[in-house]
Design a protein around this ligand. Structure first.
Ligand code: ADP
Ligand code: MG
Length: 621
């Protein structure tokens, strides 16, 4: 296994230390941040106006001009909500299925193209993936850093919540790649936070730490154990819909009651609502360091004292403490076994929050001057460790290139991303794309490009004996096990019938470090075009499943449709078929969206009919 750094300008491989600046990035739900190491100390970088380090994670699509990100985009949340995307981190790596409860809360349109497919966001006539939108935020951060440091930034460590799954981590990596960054590693936010507090940077120590992170819209509690510089997450808990925004709402609601008016959002005056909300956030921040607040909103006098505010948010804080209790139980630790409790996230600036956390854990929780910068600062420390600048830290063995399999349309599906620790093991489920398919060819590839044809084929084998089933029914688990010597064992197993095949491959055989460097460089210079081809292929794959499902539906349930409806449905299916063979990604998505929207009521009708038939069937029996 290798510990390599690669010069992205010329593709040369450097076995000593990396010389370029490696940055740490906190890609947050509410705010994002980029930091670097300045003379041994982590420092957050300010935006291009040089005024603040936090970049609101908001992307606005103006009608005529280029995309804007951050503060410049924030003002459009009220004036142009359909074209202003926020909280995109909530959508990363998710399918529509995972999201059904939250889509109604967002001001922009999320496209439902089948429960299993990844979500897309519709802006005008264009369809964006959360990966593309996150890449826009990363590009902005990169730009800010390049301006301030007067150098090009190519390599980064990006943080994710500890509970992020494989798909969400991969999506974050893809976003980095698309933004032109070589993502050296994806690091857990609580791990980064601990590093920022200097915990775990000393190889000798053995510590147990609770990380309490209260941001704008989310709350996370993680219990970590650090041994010899290795972080293990013992447990995580939290609430993905609890944060500082709820503190703002509590103040807003109090004022509405005081003034005896309806919530402005409800009465339809969005801009007044936003003025109240902005002032509520201002009041909250003011109360972190003062005892009372008074202000004026559109000629209405508003006020609140610190003790009133604390009373309002007491139940919200209590909820976070319950989650801490749960996380402790899951970690099988007693409070007294913890060495440190650390506070992360802008909302821990509220004194009542830090007091409550300290009281619960029975020890003074550690503060940082800027709790909202902590994660990015720690990511910069991690980057510095990976760059080999901290001689006291050990570097773990890692895989130099990603390993994955070919999926429909020649796409590379990465199972073990490059820079993963070894040994490493992962399983993922796949299915068939054709009815009655009894064999499945598994082709294993190595490399960073989105299409397997540009990667290195390591081997292939056939899983046979799958019982004939309708397309999509078989559950095929592919397991990748990579050992410390780079031997990859691949197992394919059909879970309904238990048929299984496996092979062993030596993953680093016959490839030089120079070639690896070249492959990595190519993946970044081709990221944009690869992404386009991949998005088109994914749209085609989805469209093909929609076409199969639609044809099936018509052959079984055409009786729930009137003659006109049948003609229209057939017409829309034909349009989709034609777009799928020669259209662009957006044209295919558009046609799929139109067909789905038109036929959804019929699918419901057919469902009712089937249920009625089965009910009446029972009565006869
Ligand atoms: P995220 O991790 O969700 O991206 P942050 O850690 O940046 O978010 O936290 C953002 C939240 O912190 C917002 O709700 C903001 O109002 C709140 N916040 C920032 N500064 C203060 C302060 N001085 N007092 C209270 N809350 C604050
Ligand atoms: Mg955060």
């Amino acid at each position: 296994m290798a510990k390599i750094s690669i010069n992205l300008k010329d593709g040369t491989v450097n076995k000593e230390e990396a010389k370029d600046t490696i940055v740490g990035i906190d890609l947050g739900t509410t705010n994002s941040l980029i930091a670097y190491i300045d003379e041994g100390k982590p420092l957050a970088i300010t935006d291009t106006e040089g005024t603040q380090t936090l970049v609101p994670s908001i992307v606005h699509f103006p009608k005529e001009t280029d995309i804007v990100v951050g503060n410049a985009a924030k003002e459009f949340l009220v004036s142009d909500p359909e074209n202003t995307i926020y909280s995109v981190k909530r959508l990363l790596g998710k399918s529509y299925n995972d999201l059904s409860q939250i889509t109604s809360l967002l001001g922009y349109e999320i496209i439902d193209q089948g429960e299993e497919s990844l979500v897309k966001i519709k802006v005008g006539d264009m369809f964006y993936s959360p990966v593309e939108l996150s890449a826009e935020i990363l590009k902005q951060l990169k730009k800010n850093a390049e301006k301030e440091l007067e150098t090009t930034i190519e390599t980064a460590v990006i943080t994710v919540p500890a509970y992020f799954n494989d798909a969400q981590r991969q999506a974050t990596r893809d976003a980095g790649k698309l933004a032109g960054l070589n993502v050296l590693r994806i690091v857990n936010e609580p791990t980064a936070a601990s590093l920022a507090f200097g915990l775990g940077t000393d190889r000798e120590s053995h510590q147990k730490i609770a990380v309490y992170d209260l941001g704008g819209g989310t709350f996370d509690i993680s219990i970590l154990e650090i041994q010899q510089g290795i972080f293990e997450v013992l447990s995580t808990n939290g609430d993905t819909f609890l944060g500082g925004d709820d503190f703002d709402s509590a103040i807003l609601n109090k004022w509405m009651t005081d003034l005896n008016i309806d919530t402005p959002e409800l009465s339809g005056d969005k801009s007044l609502g936003q003025q109240f909300r902005t002032t509520a956030e201002l009041a909250k921040k003011h109360l972190s360091t003062h005892d009372s607040f008074t202000g004026l909103v559109n000629n209405n006098q508003v006020s609140i004292t610190k003790s009133e505010f604390e009373h309002l948010i007491e139940p919200l804080i209590a909820q976070t403490i319950d989650r801490c209790q749960q996380a402790l139980e899951d970690s099988k630790l007693d409070k007294s076994e913890l060495n440190h409790v650390i506070l992360v996230g802008g909302s821990t600036r509220v004194p009542k929050v830090s007091e409550s956390v300290s009281a619960f854990f029975g020890m003074e929780a550690k503060h940082h001057l800027n709790p909202d910068e902590v994660v990015a600062l720690g990511a910069a420390v991690q980057a510095d460790i990976l760059a080999g600048n901290r001689k006291d830290m050990l570097l773990l063995d890692i895989t130099p290139l990603s390993l994955g399999i070919e999926t429909v349309g020649g796409l590379m599906d990465v199972l073990i991303p490059r820079n993963s620790k070894v040994p490493s093991s992962i399983g993922r489920n796949y299915t068939t794309s054709v009815d009655g398919q009894t064999k499945l060819k598994v082709s294993v590839f190595q490399g960073e490009r989105d299409l397997v044809e540009h990667n290195r084929k390591l081997g292939e084998f056939v899983l046979s004996g799958i019982p004939p089933m309708a397309a999509g029914m078989p559950k095929i688990e592919i397991i990748f096990q990579l050992d410390a010597d780079g031997i990859l064992k691949v197992v394919a197993k059909e879970l309904r019938s238990n048929v299984e095949t496996q092979v062993q491959i030596k993953s680093t055989y016959g490839i030089s470090e120079e070639e690896m460097g070249k492959m990595l460089l190519d993946s970044i210079t081709h990221a944009e075009e690869d992404m386009k081809i991949k998005a088109l292929q994914e749209a085609k794959n989805e469209a093909n499943s929609v076409l199969i499902a639609s044809d099936k539906f018509l052959s079984q349930h055409s009786d729930v449709l009137s003659k006109e409806e049948l003609i229209e449905t057939k017409k829309l299916i034909e349009i989709l078929r034609q777009r799928t063979s020669e259209g662009t990604k957006d044209e295919i998505n558009q046609a799929m969206d139109t067909l789905n929207k038109y036929t959804r009521p019929f699918a419901e009708k057919a469902m009712d009919k089937t249920i009625k038939e089965s009910l009446s069937g029972k009565k006869i029996g």
